[in-house]
Design a protein around this ligand. Structure first.
Ligand code: SF4
Length: 380
């Protein structure tokens, strides 16, 4: 067993577990069913709980989702976390039923734009306090606080994430709310390592939740995540983790299994030392899907994209495949080619340029045309 000196993070209780300090690193996952489909969601929560998930996260976007959550709570003893995306005010409806609330600083700008984010966070924190919930400040590369983003060079995607997280920590502490952790996620493992390392250099007392967003399908998705976790956990950084994989719901237990295997390997010294993070071949990133997925065909589409693009394996091109309109448009911006799914059409982008919406049966052909063109243009 390797002795890793963990950062002296503060303890944060989430339902029946505690993260931080010397507590074991927790492994989490997230449901991908429609939250209003109570039976399927309870089924998936149970599957993850039985696979060993310490916390299971559920997305809530509407009052109907919040009502369903109350019922889901009755049917499981799993520690539940809820993902507040656009509508922070739903916190009042969900906090009574969960153990942790996650908010994204960038998403606080979507509603009630005339209100300061501090006022919104205060409401979230007061409600969490009242209902014995922890908070996660979930900063994501694809949806960074626009004010922070405007302050820095557009090529610097890391500093705005970092500053946004530090600002929120400072504000939560100023209102005497300390029961929180932070996550700083990107689809690029190298950026995940850098931003978390820089955060931990400044705030080694705050528990970190680690993850690589849109890691994609196994085995590549597990490898990308392993690269980041090895370098962070090996340096004592990280109190809770999630391995985000694009897999069908019935296989979601794999996220937990992969998380535990990576952590076990690190603690037993089975690491692939000095990992080269420079991208040399094609990189397919795809979101793990969640209740917001717009069309059930998403996972299959991601698998087909991987298969169809195999011929371009040696070209350094990034293709992103996202499941919905909430995060799809933003999270595809940094990819060479991006696809995000609507109910009937798949939207195709080349960098930040929208190329149009295509039927699920036409998209692969159009993607191939764009990929061939890009290979010529980039001469890569
Ligand atoms: S891109 Fe959309 S569907 Fe995919 S995980 Fe993110 S929110 Fe869920």
């Amino acid at each position: 067993m390797v002795q890793i000196e963990r950062n002296p993070t503060r303890e944060v209780k989430i339902g029946s577990i505690t993260i931080g300090g010397t507590h074991p690193i927790a492994v989490q996952s997230m449901t991908a069913t429609k939250t209003t489909d109570i039976d399927s969601t309870v089924g998936l929560v149970t599957l993850m709980h039985e696979a060993g998930a310490d916390v299971v996260r559920i997305a809530v976007d509407s009052k109907k989702d919040a009502e369903a959550l109350a019922e889901i709570r009755q049917q499981t003893t799993a520690n539940l976390s809820v993902d507040l995306q656009e509508n922070y005010r739903l916190v009042a409806l969900v906090a009574p039923h969960v153990d942790k609330v996650r908010y994204n600083p960038g998403h606080l700008y979507h509603h009630e734009r005339d209100k300061q984010w501090q006022e919104k966070v205060q409401l979230i924190a007061e409600t969490a306090r009242e209902h014995d919930c922890a908070i996660r400040v979930g900063v994501n590369c694809g949806s960074v606080d626009p004010i922070q983003k405007a302050k820095y060079d557009p090529t610097d995607s890391i500093t705005p994430m970092l500053e946004s997280a530090l600002d929120h920590c400072h504000f939560l502490e100023s209102i005497q709310f300390e029961r929180f952790c932070v996550s700083l996620k990107d689809s690029d493992p190298a950026k995940v390592v850098e931003v978390n390392q820089r955060f931990a250099d400044q705030r080694n007392d705050i528990p970190l939740h680690l993850g690589v967003t849109e890691a994609g399908m196994p085995p590549d998705g597990i490898i990308k995540t392993r690269i980041a976790f090895e370098q962070l956990v090996g340096r004592g950084i990280g109190d809770t983790v999630r391995v985000s994989l694009t897999v069908p719901n019935a296989e979601k237990g794999l996220e937990i299994q992969a998380g535990r295997e990576i952590l076990n390997d690190i603690h037993n010294g089975r690491v692939r030392s000095v990992v080269d993070l420079n991208q040399s071949g094609i990189n397919i990133i795809s979101c793990p899907s969640c209740s917001r997925v717009e069309n059930e065909a998403f996972v299959e589409l991601a698998q087909k994209v991987k298969k169809m693009t195999a011929y371009a394996a040696q070209h350094a091109i990034t293709i992103a495949v996202m499941g919905c309109r909430v995060n799809g448009p933003g999270e595809t911006d940094d990819a060479d080619l991006g696809l995000w799914c609507g109910p009937k059409y798949v939207n195709l982008k080349k960098g930040t340029l929208a190329l149009g919406a295509f039927g699920y049966d036409e998209i692969l052909g159009r993607l191939k045309t764009e990929l061939d063109q890009l290979i010529i243009e980039k001469k890569c």
